[in-house]
Design a protein around this ligand. Structure first.
Ligand code: BGC
Length: 369
């Protein structure tokens, strides 16, 4: 009898410990309960590995349990990840979709279980199963890239090469739309001449492009967010164009990963005298490129803020309260309440101030600062 009691009390102690432990853990694996599930698109791009790290930093010391899963560029894997997290009992799902439309069915499954869905950085489109959206000002990202090209234009008739992100990503439309608004008047007045998109040439007098018109241009100049595809496209374009599309040129590259590979192609063409090339994300490799004058600028999106906003929202929801928002985005089906963060243009002149002095990166991560 005594022995039985001892075993029972030992079991109770073990159970208590595991409950306390699960409650303190900030990132868990295995079959323990998870309160916030986080799904990111791919580990193959530094941007999302960076987000993972920033989430881990922000989660240190929180009482809520979280788990981060990657979809590796596959909507099927993404759905599987969401199902895994549903089975672990999550109350809030923070998800950056691989493909905005395709993610709808995954979040609809979560919604059915009463889970609150937060779209992270990229909007999940054409479904009513999204509760909140945390994002950077993506129109401003495109506008900042374009403004840099305008500010650094050389004379008139400068060849302009346009590149865009993946059509499956709503952000690619916002970036391009934001850029076009600034570039179009400068194309119309002859400052730039478009080198690599017949669709963009056909629309050069249209200031505000419809989604369909944007689709047409993006269809021609998409990189699919893939550095290799960007490189191949740039090579094809430089082979195809006539001599008057070389010399001093401007290049709208949608993000840092594609910017570096496009820049390498332009740098290796002896008929290109100089080029200005944009980017975004402030990836470490691109910061080094900027220091080395191989990439002209990047748009710094402080991921610490986005993570803080997303986790802040999740915790507010777990506490049974309503999160604050600053506006809304239409996702094709509903207006999704959104919290938006500003962005900063970074080039060689302010890289120290914006990225090192702000403790985003360490000076020792770079050479020649
Ligand atoms: C993000 C960018 C990123 C791109 C490619 C976009 O949705 O906003 O920061 O570079 O996807 O992953």
């Amino acid at each position: 009898m005594k022995k039985k009691l001892k075993i029972v009390s030992l079991m109770l102690v073990v159970m208590m410990f595991s409950i306390i432990f699960a409650g303190c853990n900030s990132s868990t694996s295995g079959s323990s309960k998870v309160s916030v599930g986080i799904v990111l698109p791919t580990k193959d791009e530094p941007r999302w590995v960076q987000d993972e790290q920033r989430f881990k930093d922000a989660l240190k010391g929180t009482k809520y349990t979280t788990e981060i899963l990657f979809s590796q560029g596959s909507s099927a894997k993404e759905k599987e990840n969401v199902e895994t997290l549903i089975n672990k009992g999550i109350k809030v799902l923070i998800i950056c979709p691989q493909d905005g439309d395709a993610a709808a069915s995954a979040v609809e499954a979560a919604k059915k279980e009463g889970i609150t869905v937060i779209s992270y950085d990229r909007l999940i489109t054409n479904t009513d199963a999204v509760d909140y959206y945390v994002t950077f000002d993506s129109l401003a990202v495109g506008a900042a890239q374009a403004q840099y090209l305008v500010d650094n234009a050389k004379g008139t008739g400068e060849p302009l090469y346009l590149y865009a992100g993946a059509a499956s990503d709503n952000n690619a439309f916002l970036f391009f739309q934001g850029a076009w608004k600034v570039l179009q008047p400068k194309i119309a007045d002859g400052t730039f001449k478009i080198a690599n998109s017949s669709e963009a040439v056909a629309l050069k007098d249209t200031a505000d492009l419809s989604r369909d018109q944007l689709s047409k241009i993006i269809g021609q100049v998409t990189t699919n967010w893939d550095a290799n595809e960007a490189k191949n496209k740039a090579q094809t374009h430089l082979t195809a164009v006539a001599a008057d599309m070389k010399g001093d040129v401007a290049v709208l590259a949608p993000n840092d990963g594609t910017a570096r590979s496009i820049a390498d192609v332009f740098a290796s063409d002896s008929a290109i005298k100089s080029f200005v090339v944009t980017g975004q994300d402030a990836e470490k490799a691109s910061i080094q490129y900027i220091i080395d004058s191989k990439q002209s600028m990047t748009v710094f999106k402080d991921v610490r803020t986005l993570v803080k906003d997303a986790m802040g929202m999740a915790v507010t929801i777990l506490d049974g309260k309503k999160p604050e928002t600053t506006g809304s985005y239409n996702n094709g089906k509903i207006d999704v309440k959104a919290k938006q963060t500003d962005v900063i243009t970074v080039n060689k002149e302010n890289v120290q101030k914006e990225l090192i002095d702000s403790d985003y990166y360490k000076a020792s991560d770079f050479t020649g600062l």
